[in-house]
Design a protein around this ligand. Sequence first.
Ligand SMILES: C[S@@+](CC[C@H](N)C(=O)[O-])C[C@H]1O[C@@H](n2cnc3c(N)ncnc32)[C@H](O)[C@@H]1O
Length: 251
Amino acid sequence: MKDVELFNDHFQNYKTYGIPKAQLIIADIPYNIGKNAYGSNPSWYIDGDNSNGESELAGKEFFDTDKDFRITEFLHFCSKMLVKEPKEKGKSPCMIVFCEFEQQFELIQKAKEYGLSNYINLVFRKNFSAQVLKANMKVVGNCEYGVLLYRDKLPKFNNGGRMVFNCFDYPRDTDTPRIHPTQKSVPLLERLIELFTDAGDTVIDPCAGSGTTLLAAAQCGRKAYGFEIKKKFYADANKIILSRMQPRMFV
Ligand SMILES: C[S@@+](CC[C@H](N)C(=O)[O-])C[C@H]1O[C@@H](n2cnc3c(N)ncnc32)[C@H](O)[C@@H]1O
């Protein structure tokens, strides 16, 4: 098995691939925001400018597959694919889910049914906002939200004995592939991966989109596996992953 691999399949079919269990699962789940998918995105307007009027994306959902996403199936996958709770302290696995603000509550609630009873809420603070283009909004969003979920013991944590704030800076990064419209910044993912895993650990992203988690994990010397159902996303992301991977990653 390769150290880094993206599969063009539903994460629900994970057993077919025999991938190792993860120290860290990172997922940016579909937001289930239905017909307002572009509500905080400049492409709601023609050429991203509200004085041009609405574009064909205004009032549309992102992708037809998003509405089929089931949080319970996702949590089942995560509960099976995180490494078992170790006896020692400081080695436990965890998962980080990027999500829409209101999805946090459902995630925290349902995760308990899958043994992921503890959480830390996370905020990712940008110094920019896509929403500023909207004339009708005076208070504009510049944050993304997430939850870190874990079972019993606190997760593995590498920060030289120092604490971190739960509000992380979200670095703008022009090098991050923009295959999916809500792509996550690779430097932010690298920061999270370095905090919660060691070199050689496995990171899994069941909803890989642009493949950003796999790129970040590989760049940090972690094993990385991901699933993406959309053929085009998979093909474009896989091309970038293969082109940026160090030959040493393939053993
Ligand atoms: C919010 S996007 C992820 C974006 C990604 N973090 C990035 O940086 O580009 C969620 C992705 O999950 C994919 N997806 C939805 N349901 C899935 C499933 N059951 N299995 C695998 N991928 C799925 C969607 O096609 C979409 O690309």
